[in-house]
Design a protein around this ligand. Structure first.
Ligand code: FAD
Ligand code: SF4
Length: 500
């Protein structure tokens, strides 16, 4: 423990954020990295608990008290070594993780928790700056070849670990750039894409091959992969979005959130904007919120990303609506410490300006004579518990229309795309339509699955964890044993965090 009285002397401080008025004019990252002084002070708040619940709350089992101690001792190399031993990509989680570790930090019982996520970002940025992050080539090659399909955080983590074990890894990605939702989902103002490029360069130097515009099941033959490779890891994400089939759905002006968000990321990257992963032009062309009344349907974080992007486009108004009732402002009684708290969350995008409404149902999309969306018909809901089940009824007389020229559907994802690659492989699905895989292995012994494709829509930290675990399972399958790190099993890790 660096400073025994640290948690009594110092209060929790968060990284500096750029001013709202300035940041809505661009797509640069909002949050800054801690200064050295602040990182040390915040690390000093860690009590190095005998039973560190933070470590347990992290899906990666990050060894948090030890890296906090090393930061306080100004031993950056050691801090990096500890962090990198459980997390391949702290530069992603240090920026965009909702930090379940902080929700379970012991200090959080009666004080604000340790700023673990910001310290993580500080460690990895310092490590890159000081040149500690170097390509780490495996000491020997096994001669085994593994194909990883999908280059999101799950695929990247699996590739990094399998390469470390000495296997020759090729990553197939159908998009024109590597990164999955890190690249073409999460906005640049939350995660600068240079951060992905910097990591991919290290991975390439370590011997991993990346093939982009390689759509398995379309321009890469699925069966050929089974013949050419000794094992295959499926990490294609959960891509089938939930729709809203109500009257007026066919009007112009109603789009899935992902179409809107990925277009903006491409615009920032100076890549062709209105083209999907197959290189096919979007039917609706470029989507812009400029001058429009935008309604984001879905109160989760994908919706919040649409809010931030719409404000940057210069929307006339931005409203986010949600079917469920408003969560409590403080941690709900049903989710006491050290559980992930069910509570109201206000993102940086909400801070920038947005009307937020809960317990609302969308009844109908209303169009003009040219088939363009002009309004949305809504109704308030009253939620109640009947026979132990939550149900809702419409509030009589609350039906109304509000002007809207752009509606973005952000109601989560159902499961991975099954037609094409997955059906050709003949993998089984679970009851939710995700790829079924016991210990990450599917019904085809050569084929493994990880990330949202196996788990359903989730978080980056879970995708990294799944990629690492799947790599270990593949290594055991190929070699009979594995020396890749195993994750500590945790009760809290069993919690499910959704990212709708
Ligand atoms: C808008 C949005 C914002 C989010 N923000 C956050 C956040 O702030 N923090 C957080 O923790 N989580 C966030 N999430 C969730 C997080 O991004 C996902 O849980 C995570 O990216 C899943 O990783 P993955 O590797 O399993 O899949 P993905 O990231 O979805 O990557 C899958 C990749 O596989 C490729 N692919 C699919 N099929 C094929 C094929 N047949 N051939 C070749 N390639 C294929 C896809 O093109 C894609 O690139 C967000 C999600 C969304 C939608
Ligand atoms: S639970 Fe909090 S105070 Fe305790 S070791 Fe972890 S970060 Fe430090």
């Amino acid at each position: 423990m660096g400073k025994p009285t640290g948690f009594l002397e110092f209060t929790r401080e968060l990284p500096e954020k750029r001013k709202k008025e300035e940041r809505v004019k661009d797509y640069n990252e909002i949050e800054k990295t801690f200064s050295t002084e602040l990182a040390e002070k915040q690390a000093a708040r860690c009590m190095n608990c005998g039973v560190p619940f933070c470590h347990n709350g992290c899906p990666l089992g990050n060894i948090i008290p030890e890296f906090n101690d090393a930061v306080y001792a100004q031993d950056w190399a050691l801090a990096y070594e500890i962090l990198a031993s459980t997390n391949n990509f702290p530069e992603f989680t240090g920026r965009i993780c909702p930090a379940p570790c902080e929700s379970s930090c012991v200090l959080g019982i009666n004080k604000p928790p340790v700023t673990i996520e910001a310290i993580e970002r500080y460690i990895i940025e310092t490590a890159f700056e000081k040149g500690y992050v170097q390509p780490n080539l495996p000491k020997f090659r096994t001669g085994k070849k593994v194909a990883v399909i999908g280059s999101g955080p799950a695929g990247l983590a699996a590739a990094a670990q399998l390469n470390k074990a000495g296997h020759l890894v090729t990553v197939f990605e159908r998009a024109d750039a590597v990164g999955g939702l890190l690249r073409y989902g999460i906005p640049d103002f939350k995660l600068d894409k240079k951060v992905i490029d910097r990591r991919v360069e290290v991975m390439e130097a370590e011997g991993i091959t990346f093939k982009t515009n390689a759509n398995v099941g379309v321009n890469v033959r699925t069966k050929a992969l089974l013949e050419e490779f000794d094992a295959v890891v499926l990490s294609g994400g959960s891509t089938v979005a939930r729709d809203l089939p109500i009257p007026g759905r066919n009007l112009k002006g109603i789009y899935p959130a992902m179409e809107f968000l990925s277009q903006q990321n491409k615009r920032v990257a100076n890549r062709p904007v209105a083209v999907d992963h197959r290189g096919v032009n979007y039917e609706n062309g470029e989507l812009l919120a400029t001058g429009k009344n935008v309604i984001v349907i879905g109160g989760g974080d994908t919706g919040s990303d649409c809010v931030g992007t719409s404000n940057r486009h210069g929307a006339n108004s931005v409203t986010q609506i949600e079917l469920m009732p408003m969560p409590p402002k403080e941690r709900a009684e049903s989710t006491p410490w050290p559980h992930w708290p069910m509570m109201l969350r206000t993102s940086t995008s909400h801070e920038e300006g947005c009307n937020r409404h809960w317990a609302i149902q969308t009844k109908e999309f209303v169009g003009d004579e040219n088939g363009n969306l002009k309004a949305i018909k809504l109704v308030d809901l009253e939620w109640k518990v009947e026979n132990g089940r939550s149900i809702f009824v419409e509030v009589a007389g609350s039906e109304r229309e509000i002007p809207c020229e752009l509606a973005l559907l952000a109601m989560g994802f159902l499961h991975p795309q099954q037609e094409g690659m997955l059906n050709e492989l003949g993998v089984e699905y679970d009851e939710r339509g995700n790829v079924k895989a016991q210990n990450y292995q599917t019904n085809n012994v050569k084929v493994f699955a990880a990330g949202d494709m196996r788990r359903g829509q989730s978080l980056v930290v879970w995708a990294i964890s799944e990629g690492r675990e799947a790599a270990r399972a593949v290594d055991e399958y190929l070699m009979g044993h594995s020396e890749l790190e195993a994750k500590a099993v945790s009760m809290l890790n069993a919690q499910k965090f959704d990212f709708a």
